[in-house]
Design a protein around this ligand. Structure first.
Ligand SMILES: [Zn+2]
Length: 95
């Protein structure tokens, strides 16, 4: 059973940054937002601003908070799929 993300209704997938390849944890979601405004017809000044609301997108833009690489969510999901995180502790070879 996939866990559902309550904000998008989509299942959760791991992300892995394809650029720095060290970050699976810290990301930002860049959402577009919509806000109604009322302008003065002559001066063009904004007279009123409505409340801003986030526009939910199927493929949001994600930014890596480590290297600032920005791309579609799909790229981060694909990279995590290609290089899944191993559960076992890596063996460190000294020598
Ligand atoms: Zn990165």
């Amino acid at each position: 059973m996939d866990q559902m993300d309550t904000t998008t209704g989509k299942p959760d997938y791991p992300y892995f940054c394809p650029s720095c390849r060290s970050n699976r944890v810290k990301f930002s979601i860049i959402n577009k937002s919509i806000q109604s405004i009322r302008k003065d017809a002559i001066s063009g000044a904004v007279m009123e601003r409505g409340e801003a609301a986030a526009v939910m997108e199927d493929d949001p833009v994600i930014q890596c908070n480590i290297c600032q690489y920005t791309s579609n969510e799909m790229r981060f999901m694909k990279q995590a799929e290609r290089e899944p995180r191993k559960d076992e502790t890596p063996t460190i070879m000294y020598g």
